[in-house]
Write a protein that binds this ligand. Sequence first.
Ligand code: SIN
Length: 286
Amino acid sequence: MTYQTIEAQSIAGSLGAEVTGADLSKPLTNAATDDIQKALWDHKVIFFRDQDLSPEDHLRIAGTFGDVYRVPFVKARDDYPDIIDIVREEADAGKYNFGGVWHSDASFDECPPMGSVLYSLESPPYGGDTLWTNMEAAYEALSDGMKSLLDGMNAMHSAERNYGSGGYFNDDDNQSVAMDIKPSESGDARIAHPVVRTHPVTGKKSLYINPVYTVCFEDMTEEESAPLLGFLHGHAIRPEFTCRFDWTTHAVAIWDNRCTMHFAIGDYDGHRRHMNRVTVAGERPA
Ligand code: SIN
């Protein structure tokens, strides 16, 4: 895959590429914007190193993909309500790790985000990598019989396990030192999404389920759904569908939330990690 203004070097066989030739702190030309968008559709998650970004730069880059999505349940920065601080302090050792489970952001929403732009303000001396997995590759690798079964199914998504009235973050022991997570009854709502969604730009099909927010199949109990959901979640994170990014301070990741899941690894106890994330609004999965 070639581009006019940038180069993109794959970091794994299935998804993920490191992009060079773009300075995200400067307004992008139309050609550079087109290239970066195309690189995202091609690679699903793209990375840029050594970018010196102000919050305004960060918001501008996210704005090239669409409107901002205000993340529910997570308090945003006071000075920039469209940016969330993702912080894990030394004192969070052994307990709190935001994003430390495979998920697609806010799939509990009627219109979940299209993607996110994540910027590292402080990376730990080791660890703190993020994994992504390619949900198109996971779908493609299923048998024809499984594909045709899933093609007609919906699954129910909810924030209830994390942010609902009985969710994980209702327990003060599970709160972070620095982040302010606000569970509420609105987190108990459930929404149906197709198990297989079609990407609005590329037309490709992907699995659209995740172990945090997908609670069951529509018209089935959680118990009935668990075996097949468990198989699909395990299948979707087979190593050959994944990539892993070793963060350095001032690196940026942009991912397509519609055809990937991601996982933040909390393996740097005793060190601080500080990220800023701007989330981009998306459409109802179809
Ligand atoms: C997230 O957005 O889920 C967090 C990702 C990360 O901090 O690496």
